[in-house]
Design a binder for this molecule. Structure first.
Ligand code: ZN
Length: 166
């Protein structure tokens, strides 16, 4: 599936270490301190309310792809009282400010990517799990001319995977 979107615009080339591109994501596997998440929110022009900081800390702890459902569940497991609507609204706000990227890789499920540097994805057809693909690992030899008056804003690539023999 190849579809155009705005994902690649204005972004610098991505090296192999996608993690290094995320200021809030250290090598640590635990969530960054709330202070770091709050700072990231302020940098992006988002007022850091308690709930937003909680959600940002969860998402930005490591480069990852999470659905709104998974984020809601993780927050509830950690004791937070959040509604699904709040989580959705917060994620959309983050995406609108470029803190995270919303991915539409299949019809029903919205995934949120904490890696906003340009890259493509593998997706496991069975589990839906997304894995990053570095942009230099994909090459286009030919693209169609955009219709008159239009330009290509970006290209999304999702390479769907299944186990051999299935
Ligand atoms: Zn990704």
């Amino acid at each position: 599936m190849v579809k155009a979107s705005a994902m690649l615009e204005d972004a610098p080339a991505l090296g192999n270490g996608a993690a290094a591109e995320l200021p809030a994501a250290s090598a640590a596997t635990t969530a960054p301190p709330a202070a770091a998440a709050a700072a990231r929110l302020s940098e992006c022009g988002i007022r850091p309310t308690e709930q937003r900081v909680q959600i940002a800390a969860l998402l930005l702890s490591v480069p990852q792809h999470l659905s709104a459902e998974q984020i809601t569940e993780a927050l509830r497991r950690s004791g937070a009282q959040v509604s699904k609507a709040t989580v959705y609204n917060t994620l959309n706000l983050f995406a609108a400010h470029g803190l995270i990227r919303q991915l539409r890789v299949d019809g029903e499920c919205a995934w949120f990517d904490s890696n906003v540097a340009p890259h493509y994805h593998f997706q496991d057809e069975q589990t839906g799990t997304l894995t990053d693909v570095a942009p230099h690992d994909v090459q286009f030899s030919r693209l169609p001319e955009p219709p008159s008056g239009m330009e290509v804003a970006g290209i999304d690539v999702v390479i769907r995977l299944r186990r051999r023999g299935e």
